[in-house]
Design a protein around this ligand. Structure first.
Ligand code: PAF
Length: 286
């Protein structure tokens, strides 16, 4: 039997009225911010939220401010009906799907900009991207008044940016990091994987395999410079047109590392045709 449809609200007023009635009944609220094109990774966030909170709200907003290239925004998949069906199936309680004017009304002039953790990696290659993410997430947190919000570690730098501004601005919300969900061959789930041709798809797991190989070499004592150069070359020779970065960073402050530390993390971003894939892993023995 198909699941009952998920309720959809499109305005802050309706969102607050729904959340307000839950709160009046003493219920807690978890938030899953998304840009839609939902996959098993998003649904794992819904499950994690259902485990911790009484009510779960997913948001669907393709945020124009976080796209540095108009063509990327134009081709971002928009699949609301399908997303709503998946959320109903996953037993989310509400979908907040505002239009652009609800988030950025006429005259909107405020920007949230996080320094430090947003420098380099995707922040270097996508100017303004993390200002866009921080601004929209601030709005979604304040509009919903949720108790907690869930973010996948695939976008690890995004997670650190969100944790930073939530702490800096004393926003009363708990940020829950969730492990990256992968295909059987290791490819991290991403809405962008839909844009890979069948031939590109066979090459895509190289990023994860290279990260794992590099982590092992670092733990075996190879130098950081040598491992990063070799990893970059390996991804290129697998047919990726461009490697934006292959780097070792401190997992907390995201500063670049030139030797292995206890809290090290490897990060990679590379292009297969028009598709930019990113991934990252902790460098540990476990
Ligand atoms: O990770 C995403 O899908 C987006 O960056 C987010 C957090 C929903 C903000 O638009």
């Amino acid at each position: 039997m198909p699941s009952a449809a998920v309720d959809i609200v499109r305005t802050v007023e309706d969102l607050r009225s729904e959340v307000g009635s839950w709160r009046a009944g003493g219920l807690t609220v978890g938030l899953i911010p998304t840009m839609g094109a939902l996959h098993a990774g998003h649904l794992s966030l819904v499950r994690a939220a259902l485990d911790r909170y009484d009510r779960v709200v997913a948001t669907l907003f393709v945020n124009p401010r976080q796209f540095d290239r108009p063509e990327d925004l134009a081709k971002y998949p928009r699949t609301e009906d399908d997303d709503a069906a998946k959320l109903a199936e996953a037993k989310a309680h509400l979908l907040y799907a505002p239009n652009v004017g609800e988030i950025y009304p006429e005259g909107y002039s405020t920007n949230i900009s996080v320094s430090g953790v947003s420098a380099g990696l995707c922040g270097g290659d996508r100017p303004g991207h993390f200002d866009g993410v921080a601004t929209v997430c601030t709005k979604l947190f304040l509009q919903s008044g949720a108790d907690g919000a869930f973010f996948g570690e695939k976008d690890f730098q995004q997670l650190r940016v969100v944790q930073r501004f939530v702490g800096d601005l004393n926003i009363p919300i708990v940020i829950h990091p969730c492990a990256t969900v992968r295909e059987k061959d290791g490819l991290a789930l991403s809405s962008r994987n839909k844009n890979l041709t069948a031939e590109m798809r066979t090459r895509a797991p190289t990023i994860y395999n290279t990260l794992r190989g590099a982590a092992k070499k670092l733990l075996d004592g190879s130098t950081v410079d040598a491992v990063l150069a070799e990893g970059t070359e390996k991804i290129r020779s697998a047919g990726f047109e461009k490697v934006d970065y292959f780097e070792l960073r401190d997992a907390d402050n995201l500063q670049p590392l030139d030797c292995l530390q206890p809290n090290s993390r490897l990060f990679a971003a590379a292009w297969l045709g028009p598709v930019r894939l990113i991934d990252n892993i902790a460098v540990t023995n476990s």
